[in-house]
Design a protein around this ligand. Structure first.
Ligand SMILES: [Zn+2]
Length: 319
């Protein structure tokens, strides 16, 4: 049987010694050593399978010393359990409990997740703020995301979309910049995640770029089940197959707050062309995208579609 070894490793690292593991790293990266003689590939798994857990790919079970492998990982939290598996999926170490992680930059304490005061099934999780790369601390992240989420819920469209989603939703910080915000679902737990990057967190006044607009946008992706067969119709707007409902619903939402409308996915957060603005533009958009609205109705279900259609908003092409 293989076993976990402390870092730095003792001279007799082939002797099993540890039954829990504390991760003292202030930047959240952990070196996890495993005694496992032999050349066969091994993988490290986390019992919770939380999506914030990640490997640094080049360090995946790299031989470190004779018989000793090293993983470099990020995303473990106190209470997680880890074990190592061989190439055909057999567990080759006992589960090891993570007893403490020192990461939260603001407080130096382990950050705890925080249930939204408004919707307890929505958790705001500051864990990803461990990298040392961003001038944020966990409590500021929670406070700002919770305030933005409050703005989402106070809006009739925001409230309809959030309430349409069943199960737990975890809003967490993601270091993965360049991907934009991102939605995911944990296949084990069914928990839905919304990953907020640093750029999303800061946001801007551009159309669709406030933090609350990013949050409602990502909720909309969950609500239409990541539907990815919307059409570009040659009107100059590009939705990348999957962003018609997310952007259009967010536009209805934004119009209630007298915010500018976002054009599409392809051009990022640029303004909606004049031809689709105002009540004449709203009707024109509705007619031009008749096919896409039909797909939305199927993806989100007629009751929610009808509720959005009936919502009173300055710009609402749902019909
Ligand atoms: Zn999107």
């Amino acid at each position: 049987m293989a076993h976990f070894v402390a870092d730095p490793e003792p001279s007799d690292y082939w002797v099993p010694k540890i039954s829990t593991l504390a991760i003292p790293s202030k930047n959240g990266k952990a070196k996890i050593n495993v005694w496992h003689p032999g050349a066969a590939a091994v993988t490290l798994r986390v019992l919770s399978g939380h999506p914030r857990f990640r490997f640094f790919p080049n360090d995946r079970g790299k031989p470190h010393k004779s018989g000793l492998r090293r993983f470099v990982v990020e995303g473990l939290i106190t209470g997680d359990q880890i074990a190592v598996f061989d190439g055909i999926g057999n567990q080759i170490t006992a589960w090891l409990r993570i007893s403490a992680v020192a990461i939260d930059k603001g407080t130096g304490a382990v950050p705890s997740s925080h249930n939204s005061r408004i919707k307890p099934h929505v958790t705001i999780d500051p864990f990803g703020l461990n990298s040392g790369n961003y001038p944020l601390d966990g409590s500021k992240f929670v406070a700002k995301v919770d305030a933005a989420f409050g703005r989402v819920i106070a809006n009739p469209i925001g409230s309809l979309i959030v309430n349409a989603l069943s199960g737990n939703v975890i809003i967490l910080f993601s270091e993965k910049n360049n991907i934009g915000s991102h939605v995911d679902e944990n296949p084990k737990t069914g928990d839905k995640t919304i990953q907020i990057t640093y750029d999303d967190f800061i946001g801007s006044n551009k159309p669709g770029d406030l933090l609350d607009e990013t949050i409602i946008h990502e909720f909309a992706h969950h609500v239409d089940g990541w539907f990815s067969d919307y059409d570009d119709i040659g009107d100059g707007l590009g939705f990348h197959k999957q962003d018609f409902f997310s952007i259009t619903a967010t536009n209805v939402y934004a119009s209630i707050y007298r915010r500018p409308l976002r054009k599409d996915w392809v051009t990022g957060v640029s303004p909606m062309p004049q031809k689709y603005l105002g009540s004449a533009g709203e009707v024109k958009f509705c007619h031009a995208h008749r096919g896409n609205f039909g797909k939305v109705r199927t993806a989100i279900g007629a009751p929610l579609f009808n509720s959005i259609e009936l919502a009173d908003a300055p710009w609402n092409p749902f019909d």
